[in-house]
Design a binder for this molecule. Structure first.
Ligand SMILES: Nc1ncnc2c1ncn2[C@@H]1O[C@H](COP(=O)(O)OP(=O)(O)OP(=O)(O)O)[C@@H](O)[C@H]1O
Length: 239
């Protein structure tokens, strides 16, 4: 399936989100408006508890805002029922997590294949896609290994391949280097950057890792649930 190009990968308009902890209201996001251009490597930065994960969860359709508009890859998410939102999320958004979140009983191959099985892709197309992706992340020779037989960096490579399996418009990564040593983290950042450029996909990453910030096209600073600054590093295509 092909999709028309969109002006913004993400458009967030006046989003508010609170959490209830018992009877206590905890602020997640306060009146956040932000546009994220497509085909870029955008980093959300901020101290612990500032609201990065909450914002990423809004963009990733994992959670809905209390009020405001969330448009992802041209789709106003409020227009979708919960089931349609799950389908949209699975087909258009890839997720990468701090703790990798691979299925431990499946091999690297099967972990990458899983979203394609869910999408009912025919077996031959699945096999070609999985091997192309494992090759792209440098793990073609580890296809039969389970996560427990792989290093942290290798597990994150599998997770990157899995996130890209369905050719999403957007890949979201929540602190993707937090559980890796700095050298492995650097390699993972370089891999994500390369995938972003080669596959013309938008990456939005929450991180306070200086190495991740250093790789960004743009940094969006979050504090106390609000966007407090933006730093443009380079125009798209200029890096
Ligand atoms: N499910 C929840 N229930 C209650 N409060 C929550 C929930 N999720 C987040 N919060 C609160 O919302 C605020 C923003 O949290 P969030 O996880 O978005 O921050 P963060 O910037 O991602 O932090 P970190 O870098 O530590 O992951 C914090 O005060 C947090 O305690």
């Amino acid at each position: 399936m092909s999709f028309p190009p969109v002006a913004n990968a993400v458009s967030i308009e006046r989003v508010h989100k609170n959490y209830l902890l018992g009877s206590v209201r905890v602020t997640g996001l306060v009146d956040v408006s932000v546009q994220i251009a497509p085909n870029r490597f955008t980093v959300l930065s901020g101290a612990s508890g500032s609201g990065k994960t909450t914002l990423l969860n809004m963009i990733g359709c994992i959670d809905r805002p209390d009020s405001g508009r969330v448009v992802v890859a041209g789709q106003d998410t409020a227009q979708l029922s919960d089931d349609a939102l799950s389908d949209f999320r699975a087909s258009r958004i890839g997720h990468i997590f701090q703790t990798f979140n691979l299925l431990p009983v499946l091999s690297a191959y099967e972990n990458v294949e899983y979203p394609l099985l869910m999408a009912r892709r025919p077996a031959r197309r699945r096999a070609a896609r999985v091997m192309e992706l494992l090759d792209a992340v440098g793990l073609a020779d580890k296809a039969r290994h389970r996560p427990g037989q792989l290093s942290g960096g290798q597990r994150q490579r599998v997770a990157i391949a899995r996130a890209l399996a369905r050719e999403p418009a957007l890949v979201l990564a929540d602190e993707p280097t937090a559980n890796l040593d700095s050298r492995t983290g650097d390699a993972i950042i370089a891999l994500m950057r390369r995938m972003q450029r080669e596959r013309r996909v938008s990456f939005v990453i929450s991180s306070h890792d200086p190495q991740v910030l250093g790789a960004a096209d743009e940094v969006i600073q979050i504090r106390d649930g609000a966007v407090v600054g933006r730093r443009e590093i380079a125009a798209e295509g200029a890096r």
